[in-house]
Design a protein around this ligand. Structure first.
Ligand SMILES: C[S@@+](CC[C@H](N)C(=O)[O-])C[C@H]1O[C@@H](n2cnc3c(N)ncnc32)[C@H](O)[C@@H]1O
Length: 281
């Protein structure tokens, strides 16, 4: 059942993600890729925004927007905005392929990555980071909190960035300055708008095998020579065909990459973290 649910415990209660695999004809207008500016309401007075807004959900010490409020805002909206999220509500689905790609929910593997970073003291200080398929933005916010020089947040849906990611990032980073940028759109066209990164973080983005080529192209074109990629994913995405084994096989086909599994869940749905770097030449 689709829920705009930011509670990690509720997410873990679910046994299956609900993914609508039908080919829908209408893509959101931003699907060809664009940068979403932090809107004036936030930009002009970040401190005022923080004073007036009281996020109600806390996940791993990050304060997140009240998704119930977002839900109300979307459903009461009658001037034709937020079509992708409205569709997700109506269809009771976590993902509607090509329309809404799941960014409003916090997916389990994001929490795996956060735990892994903490346990292994992964360093972000002074680095340029890409949170690829960011949704709520937790991974990028973690990097910012650990001193990342910049974080670029990317989500398929501009609506997710405007209503969820951007408010979250601002709320948790009062001293944001120019350290964050936000990109909406499909990974294909978006490739040319992205920069070069020391670390690419991506969680629960390999459920659709049709997108593997685009993801790997982004890795190839945007990772700095000494960079690292963390891919957190379920072992299998039942019903849609995505699986980490096939994804890793594609990565290994290119001698340029070295990969290893650095985390494997011990309970529930099997989840792993794949760490990728460039092979020494
Ligand atoms: C299942 S959500 C995971 C969100 C978040 N990383 C998490 O773990 O909570 C998948 C993410 O990948 C993005 N995404 C999926 N397919 C995409 C595509 N073809 N192009 C661009 N972004 C895509 C979605 O917008 C969303 O942010």
């Amino acid at each position: 059942m689709f829920k705009f649910n930011f509670s990690s415990s509720d997410n873990q209660d679910k046994t299956e993600d609900t993914i609508d695999d039908t080919n829908h004809k209408t893509c959101p207008p931003e699907a060809d890729g664009k940068e979403i500016e932090i809107s004036n309401i936030y930009h002009q007075n970040i401190q005022q925004y923080r004073d007036n807004c009281s996020p109600t959900t806390v996940v791993r010490n990050f304060h997140l927007v009240d998704v119930k409020h977002v839900e109300e805002l979307i459903t009461s909206e009658s001037n034709g905005e937020f079509q992708s999220l409205k569709a997700a509500f109506q269809m009771n689905s976590d993902i509607i392929k090509g329309i809404y790609e799941g960014g409003m929910k916090i997916w389990e593997c994001t929490l795996d990555l956060l735990d892994y970073f903490e346990k292994n003291s992964v360093q972000f200080d002074g680095l340029n980071v890409l949170d690829l398929g960011c949704g709520s933005g937790l991974l990028g916010m973690y990097a910012l909190s650990k001193g990342a020089l910049s974080v670029h947040f990317q989500d398929y849906n501009a609506e997710v960035l405007s209503l969820c990611t951007i408010p979250n990032v601002i709320f948790n980073n009062p001293d944001l300055k120019n350290r964050a940028k936000f990109f909406a759109g499909d990974w294909g066209p978006l490739l040319h708008k992205l920069d070069k990164y020391d670390i690419i973080l991506t969680s629960e983005t390999i459920y659709n095998p049709e997108n593997y080529g685009k993801l790997i192209r982004i890795f190839e074109e945007t990772l700095k020579k000494s960079g690292l990629i963390y891919v957190a994913a379920k072992h299998f995405y039942f019903g849609v065909g995505g699986n980490l084994y096939e994804f890793e096989k594609l990565i290994r086909q290119n001698e340029r990459w070295t990969s290893s599994i650095c985390f494997c869940s011990s309970e529930g749905v099997k989840r792993e973290i794949l760490k990728i770097s460039q092979s020494a030449t």
